[in-house]
Design a protein around this ligand. Structure first.
Ligand SMILES: [Zn+2]
Ligand SMILES: [Zn+2]
Length: 416
């Protein structure tokens, strides 16, 4: 009886070698930038107590209300798969008391999970790389992380990058803005122009209406009062400082008055990088300042600013920018023999010396092995026989005899 096939869950993506080579490239470019900027890699668990994200990301957010994978384990603990990186990293910092030596600059490379409707660039399991700077209130910290994101995205080969920035103000100036916003939104809610989610959120988190994706809500949001007009002096100075600092490093930006980023922990600076045409799925990076997050999670009051890049989206943007697939590495040498154990021995010795060596595993005869060596793109061919080794340069055809077991000499000859 034939068994039925099982497929990958909806919204997940298998990492085939070509895709993984792109991912490794993205990650290595990012980590190299983090090294130059002094951001050290830290890891957090894939699952956390649900409460961490409910309090950190905020209860009235798409992530917590609709998208989080939550479950109760055997001991009755309420857990959640990590939907984003920032709240968990803040928890780590508090838990390990890392806030004594500031600024603290960390980077990460994580898998995240959200139950979204799958679409291109929107997966239920996805990968993020990010960087966070803890301890500085200065606008230069904001511009440093933005610069890090910008230069890394550029180095990945993404062209047509747009940086949008905004300031959400602090707790106090935001309150006066929210009052004005609610006054503006109420008649639109009553006339049925807002979606049901927005209406239900208006009392608890009216700011969310500003980044609702519903077309009718977007129209209403366009004419809403601007946050920029409500900033207190400190917030205005900070925002001006961020812009001046970006000007100083020559990074172009657009001020986008209605940019909110749908997470509760943001204060003051928020930003996003869009690639290409820049639809919702063209957002390759999002970030901002979250000065209140540590305190909200029961830790000390420590300002912070950071961002996350979506790896899958960055790869889409790289391909749209004309970046070609990364070919697999070709073997440096193919070890052929009429005796499989001699080929095993030779290949093992060369591999032990750090050489990418291939050999036959399909039971080919010597002649077919020599053809396989050429087909796989190896630069060198080694034929190991009873009475010695013959090394052939497959590019020039030049041959060189070597003594039996002279694998160090072979490795030296082919690595030059
Ligand atoms: Zn303020
Ligand atoms: Zn809405």
């Amino acid at each position: 009886m034939a068994s039925s096939r099982i497929f990958a869950p909806r919204g997940t993506q298998d990492g085939l070698p070509g895709e993984i080579r792109m991912k490794r490239f993205v990650e290595s470019v990012f980590m190299e930038h983090c090294r130059c900027y002094g951001y050290h890699e830290a890891h957090t668990p894939v699952f956390e107590y649900s409460e961490l994200f409910e309090r950190g990301v905020g209860p009235v957010t798409d992530i917590v209300e609709k998208e989080m994978y939550t479950f109760t384990d055997k001991h009755g603990e309420r857990l959640a798969l990590r939907p984003e990186g920032t709240a968990a990293l803040a928890r780590t910092i508090i838990e390990h008391d890392l806030t004594k030596d500031l600024p603290l600059k960390l980077s990460y490379k994580i898998t995240c999970y959200r139950q979204e409707n799958p679409a291109e660039g929107r997966l239920r399991e996805f990968h993020q790389i990010g960087a966070e700077c803890y301890g500085s209130l200065l606008p230069q910290a904001d511009s440093e992380v933005i610069t890090l994101a910008y230069t890394a995205l550029r180095a990945m080969g993404i062209r047509d990058l747009t940086l949008n920035i905004n300031s959400l103000g602090c707790q106090s100036c935001r309150t006066s803005y929210i009052n004005a916003l609610v006054r503006y939104l109420l008649p639109h809610a009553n006339s049925g122009e807002l979606c049901s989610t927005c209406v239900s959120r208006m009392g608890r988190s009216p700011l969310r209406v500003m980044d609702c994706k519903n077309p009718s809500c977007r129209e209403v949001a366009k004419k809403a009062p601007k946050l920029a007009d409500f900033l207190c002096d400190d917030c205005r100075d900070h925002y001006e400082g961020v812009k001046a600092s970006l000007d100083a490093v020559g990074i172009p930006y657009n001020e986008k008055n209605h940019l909110i980023r749908g997470l509760d922990y943001y204060e003051r600076t928020v930003f996003e990088f869009k690639a290409g045409e820049g639809g919702a799925n063209g957002t390759v990076c999002g970030g901002g300042r979250y000065d209140g997050l540590c305190a909200r999670l029961g830790g000390p009051n420590i300002p912070a600013v950071g961002f996350a890049i979506g790896e899958e989206r960055a790869i889409i943007a790289m391909r749209e920018s004309g970046m070609e697939e990364i070919p697999p590495e070709k073997p440096l040498v193919y070890v052929a023999s009429d005796a499989p154990s001699r080929a095993s021995r030779g290949a093992a010795r060369l591999r032990g010396l750090g050489v990418y060596a291939e050999r036959d595993l399909m039971g080919l005869g010597l002649k077919a092995q020599i053809k396989a060596a050429k087909d796989c793109g190896a630069r060198w061919l080694v034929i190991t026989g009873e009475d010695g080794i013959r090394l052939t340069d497959l590019k020039t055809g030049a041959e060189q005899p070597m003594p039996t077991e002279a694998w160090d000499d072979v490795a030296r000859a082919i690595s030059e």
